[in-house]
Ligand binder design. Sequence first.
Ligand code: TYD
Length: 395
Amino acid sequence: MRKIFLNLGKQPLANSFLNDLSKKTLKNEFFYNLKISFDIYSYLVSVHTPVNPKRQYTNKYAHRASESKTMRNAFKKIAYKLNKKFKPNLIMEIGSNDGVFLKNFSPKKVVAVEPCKNLAKLTRKKFKTFPEFWNIKLSKKILKYKNNKFDLIFSANTISHIPNLKETFLAINNVLSDRGVMIIEDPSLLSVIQNNSYDQFYDEHVYVFSAIAMQNILKKFNLRLFDIDIISTHGGSLRYYICKNNSKYKSTSKLINFIKLEKKNKLNKFLTYKKFAIKVEKSKNQLKELIKKIKLKNKKIISYGATYKSTTVFNYCKINSNLFDYVTDTTKNKQGKFTPGTHIPIISPKIGINNTVDYAFLGAWNFKREILNKEKQNIKRGLKFISHVPKTHII
Ligand code: TYD
């Protein structure tokens, strides 16, 4: 039974950057109600009414995992670790994006699944790529193609995007070898609660998993969680190690301790989420208050990183181009466009980060360290950053 605890209001699709602000474009902009609920039996936190994935994962999908040095390094490191630890003969990635993880493996061993056609085109040059949604039908097609099961299935920031978990895990069960391991990386619910990072909720994050919820889900599909890594990517994520029920792997003490920690933080209690919702509203009021104060002093504020997360913040807090002059982003195919719902222009940091800027809202707060390092010179001359995580503050 699911109970709603948070209402983030009318929201556009987080990645639906607009090409122009013509009447026709604005009339066609799609909005939905973003409400978040908690399942009192499985402890699963989810978007109450998910958007149809066919609307989301199109040939215009903007996110490129390779854009950040932090992510390139993180994927390289984990690819090496998994290869050494599990010595997989065959590897599959579900949601391969621009190939940032797979490029660390020999193409002969690899199959990629990527429903966004523009991204699939990028990986197809090197790897066998299926430009389709992950489901039972596709799992059978891949089995037929390879005539063998997979020892390693990797999926970062993808499983949380797929509304139908039953189909997802049944399909995984089809293709995972008996000794096989599935690795899932997704944002951590504990981090969201601790950081008050409500912007992890947007249309694509249908689920924000906890280890306790993941355990409950896997049980239904003859799968088992046996280890976990607590990782810093995307503002605090979890890497789940999953095997078949009768596999040799034993639950690690790291997993057992983490589950204890989640329970200590009451992730299995509805009251935790009600308290979180109150803090989210406070965060909105504090951010708006701070922006108002800065604007009264006639200072220029921009936003740094046209992230999906900031789509939630801007639309929930009603921040538009009256408050922020523009957003900078290094991603070429976001530049020249406008933010979803709030229509703030996006430009390249080469043009946008200059000495006319007084404050930059850290939309990409998950790359705080990388960005503050990159902007050392600008900070020296007086540029200040604003972040809403874990509390609204000036850095
Ligand atoms: P990402 O971390 O994927 O967040 P989300 O999932 O919420 O979209 O996006 C980070 C964005 O920030 C991406 O579009 C690239 C941009 N970016 C910069 O513009 N400059 C930087 O220095 C970094 C690290 C990222």
